[in-house]
Ligand binder design. Structure first.
Ligand code: ALA
Length: 414
C-alpha cells in the first residue's frame, strides 16, 4: 500500500483530490456545497464521467455477440473492467466477478440461486444492523424454502455482540450474511474473525461491502469470504452497476437465477444448458458502460491510494465527532468501537427531516430517514436519524459548514 497523506502539505493533496470532482464546485441553493451524503451515493471524478462519454461516443455496441469491430472492442472493454474489479478486491480470477445492478441485486442473486441449495431447517444468520437489502431477500428465502432466519443482536454502542454471534452459530448455520460496514451507524464489523468462526461451523459467508469498498482495501482471498457484494455508485462509479464476487467452486454449483440471452450454452424447447460462470448469472445485455465506468472508478481509487484515503477520512471523522459532541443538542446514535464513513445523530426535539431540509438550504447535503435500516431505528427507538457520511473529497470546511448549519437549526427551533 502507498504511504499516507503527504506530511508537509496534506491540505494541497485534498484540494487536488477535490478538483477531480466537478460537481463539488457547483453552488447548491446559492451556497457552497458540502456534500455529506456519500453513504447514499458518491460523486464521480472526471475520469469516470469521461469514460462513459467515450464509451458511448466511440465504442458502443453489444458484447459477446457481434462479429464486428465495435462489438469486439466493447467486449474487450467490458471484460477488462471485470478483470480490473477482480484485481481491485483480490479475487483469484475475473470469472469470480459477476456484474449486477448493485449490491441489492448481488445479494438477491445469492438468495435466489445459492438459496436453492438450502433445505428446510437450514439456518441463515444475519445481524441487527443490516440494511434492508441484507434482510428482505433472506425473509423471502425463508418463506420460499422453509429456512430459519436468525438475527444476532447489537449492543447499545452499535456493535454486533461477539458472544451472541459465536453462540448463534451452530452446525445448522448454512449461510451467514453480514455488512462489512453498517450504512446507518458506521460500525466496521470484525469480519475476518466472523468469517473464520462461520467457516468453522461449515457455513458459507456473504459480506455486504457496499459501505466498505471506497474506504478500505478489501482482499477477498485473504478474508476468505465466499461472496462479497458491492455497488459502483458508492465507490465513485456509475449507478446501476455492482459486483457479486463468488468463489468459483460455489458459482459452479449454483443454478442460474434469471434466464435469457448470454447466460446459455444451448436452447431447445425441451431443455436448455447454461454457460459457465460468470455468464450463467448475467442474463440479457449488461450495463456495459456502467461496468467500464466502475472499472475506471476502481482505477481512480487505487491511484489515490487507500493509505492516504484512510488517514484523511479518519482525521475528518474524528474532527466531525468531536465537533458534534461539543453541541449539547446533538445525540449520537451509535458509538461503535471501529467506525468508517458515517455518523448518525439526532437534534433534540427536531425531526431529522426538518433538520435535513434546513441543512439543504445551507448547502449541506445529508441523509435524513431510516437509511433502509428500520430495525436499527427500532432498536434505538427513533423514527429516523440525520446521517453525515464522508468520502475522500470532504474536508474540514464541510464539517464546519455542517456544524454552523446545525447551530442555525437550533436557533430556528429555539
Ligand atoms: N444504501 C444507501 C444509504 O445508506 C442508499 O443511503
Amino acid at each position: 500500500m502507498k504511504s499516507g497523506l503527504p506530511q508537509n502539505d496534506p491540505e494541497s493533496a485534498i484540494k487536488a483530490w477535490r478538483k477531480a470532482f466537478p460537481i463539488l464546485f457547483l453552488p447548491v441553493r446559492g451556497k457552497r456545497l458540502a456534500y455529506l451524503d456519500n453513504g447514499a451515493t458518491t460523486q464521480k471524478p472526471s475520469t469516470v464521467i469521461e469514460s462513459l462519454e467515450r464509451y458511448y461516443g466511440e465504442t458502443n455496441a453489444n458484447v459477446h455477440r457481434g462479429v464486428h469491430d465495435l462489438s469486439e472492442r466493447a467486449t474487450a472493454a467490458y471484460e477488462q473492467a471485470r478483470a480490473g474489479m477482480a484485481d481491485f478486491i483480490g479475487a483469484s480470477a475475473p470469472e469470480e466477478i459477476i456484474f449486477t445492478r448493485g449490491t441489492t441485486e448481488a445479494i438477491n442473486l445469492v438468495a435466489w440461486s445459492y438459496g436453492e441449495l438450502l433445505n428446510p431447517g437450514d439456518e441463515v444468520l444475519i445481524s441487527a444492523l443490516e440494511h434492508h437489502s441484507n434482510i428482505v431477500p433472506w425473509q423471502m428465502l425463508r418463506d420460499r424454502r422453509g429456512i430459519t432466519l436468525k438475527v444476532v443482536p447489537i449492543t447499545r454502542e452499535g456493535d454486533i455482540n461477539p458472544d451472541d454471534f459465536s453462540s448463534a452459530l451452530s452446525e445448522k448455520t448454512a449461510l451467514v450474511a453480514l455488512a462489512h460496514v453498517s450504512n446507518a451507524l458506521g460500525t466496521v464489523n470484525p469480519i475476518a474473525d466472523m468469517i473464520a468462526q462461520a467457516h468453522a461451523q461449515g457455513a458459507v459467508v456473504l459480506i455486504d461491502g457496499a459501505q466498505a469498498v471506497a474506504h478500505m482495501p478489501v482482499e477477498v482471498q485473504k478474508l476468505d469470504c465466499d461472496f462479497y457484494a458491492f455497488s459502483g455508485h458508492k465507490m465513485y462509479g456509475p449507478t446501476g452497476i455492482g459486483v457479486l464476487y463468488g468463489k468459483s467452486s460455489l458459482l459452479e454449483r449454483m443454478p442460474p437465477w434469471q434466464g435469457g440471452g448470454d447466460m446459455i450454452r444451448t436452447v431447445e424447447f425441451e431443455r436448455s444448458t447454461y454457460a459457465p460462470p460468470p455468464y450463467k448469472f448475467e442474463a440479457g445485455t449488461p450495463h456495459i458502460a456502467g461496468a467500464i465506468g466502475m472499472g475506471k472508478a476502481a482505477e481512480y481509487i487505487r491511484q489515490v491510494g487507500f493509505a492516504p484515503i484512510m488517514e484523511h477520512e479518519t482525521i475528518l471523522l474524528d474532527y466531525a465527532l468531536q465537533q458534534l459532541q461539543s453541541l449539547e443538542f446533538i445525540r449520537l446514535i451509535g458509538t461503535p468501537q471501529v467506525r468508517s464513513g458515517a455518523i448518525s445523530f439526532i437534534v433534540t426535539d427536531v425531526h431529522p427531516h426538518d433538520v435535513g431540509t434546513i441543512l439543504d438550504h445551507h448547502g449541506v447535503a445529508i441523509r435524513a430517514g431510516h437509511h433502509c435500516a428500520m430495525p436499527v431505528m427500532q432498536f434505538y427507538q427513533v423514527p429516523a436519524t440525520v446521517r453525515a457520511s464522508f468520502a475522500l473529497y470532504n474536508n474540514h470546511e464541510d464539517v464546519d459548514q455542517l456544524i454552523d448549519s446545525l447551530q442555525q437549526v437550533r436557533e430556528m427551533f429555539g
